[in-house]
Design a protein around this ligand. Structure first.
Ligand code: HEC
Length: 201
């Protein structure tokens, strides 16, 4: 399954184009600092005595260790909770996608793990519409989901359905030992198109 050195060398140009393109498209994980507000942060949501310096003690076989990023206790609305899960899930998709692209396009090794990432992409892809189950658009001028998702549900459903189908197709291509580089390229189209049309940046 691992591409030969020659194939990898031949991909140098393609990989360069990919890197250039990746700088332009919406796959990058925004830094927490870029976040307009604390929706995605892990700190306590209320003004009680809990300080950010406090670490929640966790016990286990390797001793007690403090977790400085405990789960936020609650979200103000179900839509904010869904937005948090949506962003975490998008980052999971991104991680699996980028792990595969590191193997295929950057010779980072790990060809034996591509099936794991491909199945994870397909499993998450099959459920992507659930991440938009409640109206949860970003406020005007803030990063996040566009209201068009819930204003034009039939149009948006075409994007989620196409993404589900493409992630399933990519997983099948991996199982079949098919053309993974083209498969990954095809899959990326659906990420980028949805971000271009339904994500506010
Ligand atoms: C059907 C539409 C759609 C598809 C397909 C899609 N995304 Fe997204 N993605 C969104 C929307 C909308 C947001 C903004 C969500 C929000 O902030 O509430 C987003 C946000 C993100 C974010 C930022 C998450 C954060 O922490 O703010 C990343 C990273 C991301 N997507 C990666 C991907 C990758 C990688 C793929 C493809 C493998 C993909 N997305 C496919 C719609 C989509």
């Amino acid at each position: 399954m691992k591409p030969s050195r020659n194939v990898v060398a031949g991909l140098g140009l393609a990989a360069g184009v990919y890197v250039l393109a990746a700088g332009l498209v919406a796959l990058a994980v925004p830094t927490q600092a870029a976040r307009p507000q604390g929706l995605g942060s892990a700190g306590p949501a209320h003004g009680h005595s809990h300080s950010h310096a406090d670490a929640e003690p966790l016990s286990g076989p390797f001793g007690v260790h403090g977790d400085r990023h405990p789960q936020a206790p609650s979200f103000a609305t179900p839509a904010e909770g869904l937005t948090e899960r949506r962003r975490r899930s998008m980052n999971a998709l991104s991680g699996h996608f980028r792990a595969v692209s590191a193997t295929l396009l950057s010779d980072a090794g790990g060809a034996e793990m591509i099936p794991v990432h491909a199945e994870a992409l397909a499993a998450l892809g099959a459920q992507i519409d659930a991440l938009f189950a409640l109206p949860s658009a970003a406020a005007e001028g803030e990063q996040g989901a566009l209201a068009a998702i819930w204003q034009e549900p039939d149009r948006f459903a075409q994007y989620t359905a196409a993404f589900s189908a493409e992630t399933a197709r990519f997983a099948q291509t991996v199982r079949d030992g098919g053309d993974l580089i083209n498969g990954l390229h095809d899959l990326r189209y659906y990420c980028v198109a949805c971000h271009a049309d339904f994500r506010q940046r």
